[in-house]
Design a protein around this ligand. Structure first.
Ligand code: ZN
Length: 444
């Protein structure tokens, strides 16, 4: 379809004022199944050209992967699954070049997919679990970037605000995304059942939204795709906005009292990582240089580095990593290094909005190198299994930073087993963050 051009104005996604915009489908046009009523009016919003094409690419990639995970029999998704399979079939190609392209796409998905025992019990998107439980074939899991779920959810939330209220979501309001397992959604469900309005373009998409009456803007969202899986989001004042009112972004971040639940977490995890360090110490002590081959030697160095960085990061994790605080921390940290020529833990702590990222990234880079090394030289197949745990960046809120930390520590312990298969260290799956800010909806 030729895209209708729109004059100058603001883009719903990036909020920039631009000269030229076009209409962007909130729920992408190719995602509407054939069972959609023909006269259904499709949601469209003004978007700048770069955002529109950026989303276009993301949505195409997402559909290609998700189309393989949807129910091939449900009328809500049947045509989507068929279309996806057709797009991979070389016999349906228009010419040899197209055929090669289709084969390549299919091969890429297969190499990235996990099979049978490789599939972790953790990380399967709620509602997109095994569809072929009764069939005697090995299950295959398709890897879909978590960021895609997040960005698509964000787009739909922005779209609903624009279409229903005619407003853009701008600071100090912000969108938080959640992928919640079934048993964690009870409080959200309750709020949505009691206060939710429904916006639907069925059977492709159904949105429920509960608006808080304090400000008439903050909202909870539940988005159901093809009647099969759901994503959740909240729109609320950012931490800073809540404490100090809007337009206060230029003030320095205050040092708040630590959250007690967070303190308990930090103490527990510090103990956990101490056990990891103890195990590494035991390994080093019992493997003096002559007895150690090249492989463990190389891995060991990375594992010790990652463990030390995680140890250091635990008590820095109580941060809300938004761009402004990170920037303030960077500036203060650099000044401290230049003027004092020394950095203590207190400095790390004071500038933790940046330093926590430094230590976490440091650990993750080392773990990624160790994974690549182990797969290449030791024949392990850890890349698919462990790399997803290193991709998350826990911006915005201590909960996500804790999740990022736990994910990296999980990968570290799994890697330690490569050099010390008999270790008694157990790798515990990271705990998925729980939704925040529900009290506002539940106790009013
Ligand atoms: Zn834009």
């Amino acid at each position: 379809m030729a895209k209708k051009k729109l004059g100058p104005g603001k883009c719903v996604h990036c909020l920039k004022d631009v000269e030229e915009r076009n209409f962007d489908h909130v729920f992408p046009e190719s995602w509407y199944p054939d069972s959609t009523p023909p006269d259904l009016e499709k949601w469209q919003i003004p978007s700048c050209i770069p955002c529109n094409s950026d989303y276009g690419r993301l949505e195409q990639d997402f559909l290609l992967k998700i189309g393989l995970c949807l129910d091939p029999f449900d009328p809500a998704s049947k045509s989507i699954v068929e279309k996806t399979l057709r797009s991979l079939k070389s016999s349906a190609a228009r010419n040899p070049r197209d055929a090669r392209h289709r084969l390549g796409k299919g091969r890429k998905i297969l190499t990235e997919a996990l099979q049978g025992g490789q599939i972790p019990d953790h990380g399967i998107f709620p509602g997109l679990g095994n569809r072929r439980a009764n069939v005697n074939e090995e299950p295959v899991a398709v890897l879909v970037p978590a960021e895609s779920f997040q960005r698509i959810t964000e787009k739909i939330v922005r779209g609903i605000y624009y279409i229903e209220d005619g407003i853009f979501i701008e600071p100090p309001y912000e969108i938080e995304f959640y992928a919640l397992p079934e048993n964690d959604i009870a409080p959200w469900k309750d709020a949505l059942d009691r206060f939710g309005s429904v916006y639907a373009r069925e059977p492709g998409i159904m949105v429920r939204r509960a608006v808080a009456h304090e400000d008439g803007i903050s909202s909870l969202f539940e988005i159901t795709f093809w009647k099969q899986f759901k994503t959740y989001a909240s729109v609320s004042l950012s931490g800073e906005g809540q404490q100090e009112g809007p337009m206060s972004n230029d003030r320095p971040a205050k040092d708040e009292k630590p959250d007690e639940e967070h303190l308990a977490w930090a103490i527990d995890q510090r103990a956990e990582v101490q056990h990891t360090l103890r195990a590494l110490y035991g390994f080093v002590r019992h493997h003096p240089p002559p007895s150690l081959d090249l492989d463990p030697k190389y891995l060991l160095d990375h594992l010790i580095g990652a463990a030390f960085s995680l140890w250091r990061a635990v008590f820095l994790a109580d941060t809300f990593r938004d761009d402004i605080r990170i920037h303030q921390s960077q500036e203060a940290f650099l000044l401290k290094v230049i003027t004092d020529n020394a950095i203590t833990f207190a400095d790390d702590k004071a500038n933790r909005h940046w330093t926590v990222e430094y230590y976490l990234e440091n650990a993750k880079f080392r773990l990624a190198s160790a994974i690549a090394y182990a797969d290449h030289h030791k024949g392990t197949r850890l890349t698919e299994r462990l790399m997803p745990f290193l991709r998350l960046r826990g911006m915005r809120g201590a909960e996500l930073t804790r999740y990022e930390w736990e994910s990296a520590h999980y990968a570290l312990r799994k890697l330690f087993k490569v050099i010390a298969p008999d270790t008694d260290l157990e790798a515990k799956s990271p705990t998925l963050p729980k939704p925040e800010g529900l009290d506002a909806f539940l106790h009013r």
